[in-house]
Ligand binder design. Structure first.
Ligand code: URA
Length: 434
């Protein structure tokens, strides 16, 4: 089977067979296909698309490129959540322990932040000592003991995704629904889970800016996930403004802890509870959404969710005392108050601009190899719907370097939209699929 024939077939808009897709993924992973042929097929896929069957075949081939964890000896349904990436999205830190208390096992392999959106691993690494690089045996042991573990991608899981993603990144082929679907699902299926809840973000702070695109991605993820034997559900959620009030790393850990203590922002608590409840429902440990939500709310109100996170931190080598003493987390040396230039109501906070500004402060990375400053970030003081007067603080900007602050401020200066009347209430969960 020659690479050139497979490329030509897709170039001409024909459907590829499983064997052809297997040859492509094997060739890309082992290096027997040169990069230019892998990239040519990626571009043909970007232009011509893949059917649901082809996408399922690609997902299967990518899973088979590495090991697939078998967690069947650990009792309980294994359920994970994946978000397509947003600004201020620290729901994983809140919902993973809540879902574990609710009765499912949560083997969460997360990613790092890239561009304007943050990543769970960077947030966790702001906890002194926390190890996201557990070996697979340690991961299993942690799951067995605690019922929840949060780690980074390992080389053994879906190695094809790393090769393909690197080439997509430099050939303008990232934004392809079948390629994104196979990339996300191959990593999740290889994790050994039974069910997956997807949070597909939609809006100006998200990868998918428009509802129709978010719906297409969510639909593809649910269809292909289900076809590959994973119980899959997707929520399309609004990502116009940052979620919660904190954007960064350590500041987001503090907000997640406050939420587990029952003092978090309403939007973050609501979304975390909803997603965790869907995890329980898909895991089969609740008969309906009402029971699932009641279980999650009980895990939150009883403090058992917080204690579960303490156990996770302890098991993964982190300092559990951060829970009671936030001064043990990295703190930025300087704080700048961003102030309102006019009176009125906050009608919007541009999530992507806030995400880009915090990245410029050092909280995120432009390129994969960039280092992250866990201490810097931003805390919203005037959220959407709140009234402000000229000179009132809009946000605290926690920074280390005045030059970086100088680059971030122009973006922040136009991120708050202030109008004459409060905005109409807008739903956070826009749709549920699956
Ligand atoms: N996230 C992934 O894991 N893969 C993609 O292709 C895009 C976003």
């Amino acid at each position: 089977m020659r690479a050139v024939d497979i490329i030509r077939k897709k170039r001409d808009g024909e459907a590829l067979a499983q064997a052809e897709i297997d040859a492509f993924v094997r060739g890309a992973t082992t290096g027997t296909w040169p990069d230019y042929q892998v990239a040519a097929l990626l571009m043909a896929i970007w232009l011509r698309g893949l059917s649901a069957e082809e996408t399922a075949a690609l997902t299967a081939a990518m899973v088979a490129s590495g090991i697939r964890l078998d967690l069947s000896d650990i009792p309980g349904p294994k359920v994970d959540k994946h978000s397509t990436g947003g600004v201020g999205d620290k729901t994983s830190l809140v919902l993973a322990p809540l879902a574990a208390v609710g009765g499912v096992v949560v083997p969460m392999m997360s990613g790092r932040g890239l561009g304007h959106s943050g990543g769970t691993l960077d947030k966790l690494e702001s906890i002194p000592g926390f190890r996201v690089g557990l070996g697979l045996d340690e991961f299993r042991a942690a799951l067995r003991q605690v019922g929840c573990a949060l780690i980074g991608p390992t080389a053994a899981v879906a190695p094809a995704d790393r090769v393909l993603y690197h080439l997509r990144d430099v050939t303008a082929t990232v934004e392809s629904i079948p390629l994104i679907t196979a990339s996300i699902l191959s990593k999740k299926i290889a994790e050994g889970i039974d069910a997956l809840v997807l949070d597909v973000k939609c809006g100006r702070g998200a990868f998918m800016k428009h509802r129709a695109d978010a719906r297409r991605l969510a639909g593809s993820l649910v269809e292909v996930g289900t076809a590959r034997g994973l119980r899959t559900k997707a929520l399309i959620t609004a990502m116009e403004h940052p979620l919660g009030r904190a954007v960064g790393n350590a500041v987001e850990v503090v907000e997640a802890l406050e939420t587990l203590k029952g003092r978090g922002p309403a939007d973050l608590e609501m979304l975390s509870v909803q997603l965790a409840a869907h995890m329980l429902l898909l895991g089969g440990v609740a008969a309906g959404m009402e029971e699932a939500e009641a279980k999650v709310r009980d895990a939150l109100a009883s403090g058992r969710g917080l204690e579960k996170l303490r156990a996770v931190i302890e098991r993964q080598g982190g300092d559990p005392h951060v829970i009671d003493d936030y001064r043990r987390l990295p703190t930025a040396p300087c704080c700048h108050l961003l102030r309102a230039e006019r009176s009125g109501y906050v009608v919007g906070i541009h999530a992507e601009q806030v995400g880009r500004a915090t990245m410029l402060l050092g909280a995120g990375r432009d390129r994969k190899e960039d280092a992250v400053d866990h201490a810097v970030g931003l805390v919203v003081r005037a959220g959407v719907g709140e009234e402000v007067r000229t000179g009132d603080p809009l946000a605290e900007v926690h920074y280390r370097d005045a030059d970086r602050l100088g680059k971030a401020l122009p973006l922040l200066g136009t991120a708050w939209e202030i109008g004459d009347a409060p905005p109409p209430p807008a739903p956070l969960v826009l749709e549920t699929l699956g």
